[in-house]
Design a protein around this ligand. Sequence first.
Ligand code: ADP
Length: 415
Amino acid sequence: MNSWLSPRIIVAFALALVGAIFADQMTGSAERILVIFVSMLIALFIVADPHDREDVPEETVKPTASDTEVPAISSHPQLQAFIDSSADAILMVENARVTAANQVALRLLGTNIVGQNVRMAFRHAGAIERLSDPDAQHSGHPIRLTGIGQKNQLWDMRIQTMGPSQKIVHLADRSGTQAAEKMRVDFVANASHELLTPLAAIKGFIETLDDPAAGDDAATRGRFLGIMATETDRMQALVRDLMSLSRIEAEKYDPPQTPVDFSDIVMETVDQLRNSQKDRGTDIVIDVTADLPSVMGDAGQLRQLASNILNNALKYGRAGTPVTVLLGRSRSGAMINFSVTDVGDGIAPEHLPRLTERFYRVDSGRSRLVGGTGLGLSLVKHIIDRHRGHLEIRSTIGKGTTVAVLLPVVPTGPS
Ligand code: ADP
């Protein structure tokens, strides 16, 4: 109360008044002074009571449970803050009723769950089964549950018995693990499918050639053997890329330690393509800055990176148009900039973020026709990550595509 006439001040005045009347009855002036002094002192103490809650500055007043947004798991504010800072949902359940919950739990299950029965709060058969019996004992081992919150979210639920009918429930989101597992399963399924397709074709042609009616005709035989050779090459390329991918993935936390001349690697790759691809090789135009610094790299992997990017430009660029290779220093000078630009159909913007996913193709038929495995850019991305570099793909529909790579140069120490 902020009023001047608070009960405390009225009592103090009354006491001072009683003291004054009492002093008036006294005969000696020394006794009068003593009585007045003592009554005034007591009045002063009453007015300035240090335990008075109203005199404590506002910020030091402890919040009560009803003041805070979340009902306190503990009356200890530091423990409450600690539990609220957890990325996992934490709840207290007593006699199958939620008695407290941290912020994550409130966001997950609803802001009104405190006080509710576990059936209402969780709305999940697996969780209800384990929490509705107050006397059940729990070991604290995680139980995997799907569908709490969002349909495809995966949770590890741990229940710890605290006292009679009292449990602490801890829910950890494991949806990320599920996504990684799904990616692994998808990859195995995709790789098997990619290998089975050429294998089925080869098997079919063997059976056909085994039939004397088709196998004895030299022209048919030659054509079928040609297709079988192409399919075998496809399988070989795929197995080679799969092996490279697993090798690079195994080394991704182990950055290369050897200085490598990336200009030499690019020049060698261009020469090799000019010789091997008679129809397209001569379209390569190259502009390389002289005396570029080395990069800390794995020569074999950088050769594969240059080859995959150049091969894509030759495969997907329009025949007879230039494929322009630029190699120079980045603006800051701390990186080497390698870019390959083709003139072609380009790639629609919605595909760009997904091009480095394994087996992602814009046009599967076209990729297979030109001998693509669907792993080229995924390998490029892994190699760049291992070299602590950067990849950018820019494309305009109907005009063409630029794939640009930045690789850090070998740092020069202070001279
Ligand atoms: P692929 O073996 O199929 O070429 P990549 O991983 O190298 O696989 O590339 C993924 C997809 O990206 C290709 O299938 C193709 O659709 C698209 N792509 C890659 N490079 C280019 C490019 N220069 N121009 C147009 N599309 C491209």
